[in-house]
Design a protein around this ligand. Structure first.
Ligand SMILES: Cc1ncc(COP(=O)(O)O)c(C=O)c1O
Length: 453
């Protein structure tokens, strides 16, 4: 029989990609065994909130962007702006007194919305690097003020701050730290708010902020005078979407001020509208001494991160600048992408859209829970949601997880599906330009997939 040339070519390109490129959270050996000739899925095009694969399937992207796709895929406005930038000035480094207008334009724009007083911005290539730099600045700040022993960075259990060594050390999920040590010293973790999971209080509104008491007790025992900074996401998402009590951050802010500890707010996943506000910190009315950003900053069109530092902290760096190099800091093409993405976010009122659709997403997930009692826990804020599923009868949960991923894909949905202890966790967080119909059909796809697991 004659081999179909195009399908043979696509098989070969899939094999080559799988063989030569490291992918994340994809166990190809198992996938090949369970779903021969199916992985990796090859995406060839984006179209708003959807991705199109090489077989022409149209899939709602409710998470394969890892939280970076705010304005939707393949927007012409951004493409044109990027192309213009490359033609005009593709790159110049911010080195030895040289600069360019796009860095200033972006920083000015961000300074108007940042939850940070009179900020100065450093630009990086990713969220990990932004947090890494935030940590360096915090330590250096105290050293310059004659407190070189203030080096500890305290974060929370169940947090994620990045993949470099220091940000892995700051991450509060053990699996990300296993087998890569020794990690940098001075990183410690304590309790974080996780209503219903923290072990202190029940579900719903019964949070008593005992998690924060535990956290501050821990810092006091460590010696606050040895702590450079506390780093926290407004809403952390490992395992589940964990929305803190409304008073959590104002109390944490006061605690930091009382003890001279800097507060680093990690907005990498919450920033730029994901939670229905421009920044996660807006839900709590809290400002950071240092704030890190990435993902939604360019909506994923070009990799870019940023660190805002309040003028009070920056004052220590005015006479002798911080020594920190990054070739691509404020890369003109990334600046252009960020400016264009911000234009779309604002002109299409996508932050408001995320806020308005929160109720739809909650309603649909509740409907799912009614239809499938194995759905145990639902957490939603803006267009960021997680669902915990109890597959009590599954004897191989990893296998069920892979099957659920595959079935969701087959039904037209890419959500992030992972193990959450003895449960399966689904993170459903579509681009912010979705409409009600997209959410309804996305959750229905999950329901249909679950039926067969
Ligand atoms: C809260 C948070 N901080 C930091 C990071 C690291 O960002 P990046 O993957 O761009 O290095 C992530 C990535 O998922 C994140 O969610």
């Amino acid at each position: 029989m004659m081999m179909d040339v195009s399908s043979e070519r696509s098989r070969a390109s899939r094999q080559n990609t799988r063989h030569r490129v490291r992918h994340f959270l994809a166990d190809f050996a198992r996938l090949d065994e369970e779903f021969p000739e199916s992985y990796p899925k090859m995406i060839v095009r984006g179209e708003g909130a959807y991705l199109i694969d090489n077989e022409g399937n149209r899939i709602l992207d409710a998470g394969s962007h890892l939280g970076a796709c705010q304005i939707g895929h393949a927007r012409k406005e951004v493409a044109q702006r990027i192309a213009r930038q490359v033609e005009e000035l593709e790159f110049v480094a911010l080195d030895g007194g040289v600069s360019h207008i796009y860095a200033g334009e972006l920083a000015e724009r961000l300074s108007e919305i940042a939850m940070c007083d009179d900020p100065i911005f450093s630009f990086t290539n990713s969220g990990s690097e932004a947090n890494e730099l935030a940590i360096k600045i915090a330590r250096q700040y105290h050293a310059r003020r004659g407190q070189p022993d203030r080096v500890k960075i305290v974060s929370r259990n169940g947090s994620y701050h990045g993949s470099t060594l220091a940000t892995s050390a700051a991450t509060g999920v053990q699996s990300f730290k296993t087998g890569i040590g020794p990690l940098p010293e001075g990183f410690i973790q304590s309790a974080q708010p996780s209503p219903g999971r923290c072990g202190h209080c029940g579900t719903g509104n019964s949070c008593s902020l005992a998690c924060l008491d535990e956290f501050t007790r821990f810092v006091k025992q460590e010696g606050p005078e040895t702590v450079a900074a506390i780093i926290a996401e407004p809403v952390a998402i490992p395992q589940a979407v964990k929305v803190p009590h409304t008073d959590y951050f104002s109390k944490l802010r006061s605690f930091c001020d009382e003890h001279g500890i800097l507060l680093i707010i990690d907005e990498v996943v919450c920033g730029f509208g994901r939670t229905g506000r421009m920044f996660g910190a807006e839900h709590f009315g809290v400002k950071g001494d240092i704030v890190s950003y990435a993902k939604g900053l360019t909506s994923g069109y070009v990799p870019m991160g940023a660190v805002a530092v309040s003028r009070r902290i920056e004052a220590e760096f005015e006479q002798v600048p911080l020594l920190h190099l990054n070739t691509y800091a404020a890369h003109p093409v990334a600046c252009a992408a960020a400016l264009a993405a911000l234009d779309v976010l604002e002109s299409e009122q996508l932050v408001e859209n995320a806020r308005n659709l929160e109720v739809v997403l909650k309603r649909e997930l509740e409907r799912l829970r009614q239809a499938d009692p194995r759905v145990r826990e639902i957490n939603v804020i803006g267009l960021l949601s997680s669902i915990a599923i109890d597959l009590d009868k599954a004897d191989d949960l990893d296998r069920s997880m892979r099957r659920l991923r595959k079935l969701c894909y087959d039904h037209g949905l890419l959500a992030r599906i992972s193990r959450d202890g003895a449960l399966l966790g689904v993170h459903f967080y579509p681009p912010l330009n979705v409409n009600e119909e997209d959410i309804v059909s996305g959750v229905q796809a999950l329901q249909r997939a679950l039926r067969d697991v």
